[in-house]
Design a protein around this ligand. Structure first.
Ligand code: SAM
Length: 248
């Protein structure tokens, strides 16, 4: 049977498409798109004239049978989203799970992802991190998420709309305090790419002064909670002290 290729596309700069992505989108029998009009623009930029059909959050389950039929008859299918890596805050999860459960081959064609790109340039610890997807747009729900993450020690990566950035950072200051380092990575790979880091309260002042920072697309990264002193139980601390004394 055929293969379902999960193809990452650029997050702004068309130069970020990979050769394998171009080859795959050219060679597959059909491309499942989040938005066919959007993807057709990308395809035409690379002179790819392939068939497309739409697969979005609302028809994903209905299209399963169609995709299964294509794959069963030996056809290869590519899945793309509007930008970046499909399934990462984008449609595709149900179809990938369905295909894997039914024994179809699913193969990723890696490429751009806004979360990973932002993280790679943020200057916050990356050894462990937590991708938190989109923050809720309403302040009550947003604060609830933030307070549930108050003790999260890993770097936290969020997607958010820049037009909400002031409200979001205001909530961060209220819930997590003004001292956490925040990184705003806006318009990555595009003309007005800006990566700015400071404490939450300084970021708030910076955003309020510069309306240009409220445009386009952004990733927001929050430094993990500081390790609390005295987090070790007294027994563990004593054992560590004893061990330290044994060191040469
Ligand atoms: N699947 C995509 C990926 O791999 O990054 C993410 C799709 S999600 C619907 C769109 C969100 O990703 C935007 O609201 C923004 O938070 C982030 N994003 C996408 N492109 C970006 C860019 N060029 N710069 C900063 N953030 C971006």
């Amino acid at each position: 049977s055929g293969t379902l290729y999960i193809v990452a596309t650029p997050i702004g700069n068309l130069g970020d498409i990979s050769q394998r992505a171009i080859d795959t989108l050219t060679q597959v029998d059909i491309i499942a798109c989040e938005d066919t009009r959007h993807t057709k623009k990308l395809l035409s930029a690379f002179s790819i004239t392939n068939k497309t059909f739409s697969l979005h959050d609302h028809n994903e389950r209905q299209k399963q049978e169609y995709i299964a039929k294509l794959l069963s008859s030996g056809k290869n299918v590519a899945l793309v989203s509007d930008a970046g890596t499909p399934l990462i805050s984008d449609p595709g999860f149900h179809i990938v799970r369905f295909c894997r459960e039914h024994g179809f081959n699913v193969s990723p064609i890696p490429g751009a992802c806004a979360a990973i790109s932002a993280l790679s340039a943020a200057g916050l610890p990356t050894d462990r991190f937590s991708f938190e997807g989109f923050l809720p747009s309403k302040t009550g729900a947003r604060k609830a998420i933030l307070s549930s993450l108050a003790n999260e020690a890993r770097t936290m990566v969020f997607y958010d709309a820049p037009r909400r950035a002031i409200d979001t950072v205001q909530d961060i200051v209220e819930v997590l305090g003004g001292e956490r380092t925040i990184v705003i990575a806006r318009e990555l790979t595009k003309t007005f790419e800006t990566i700015y880091s400071d404490t939450a309260s300084s970021i708030l002042a910076w955003l309020s002064q510069d309306p240009n920072q409220l445009k386009g697309e952004m990733v927001l990264i929050i430094e993990g909670a500081p390790e609390k002193e005295g987090q070790l139980t007294p027994e563990v601390e004593n054992t560590l002290k004893l061990l330290l004394n044994e060191l040469p």
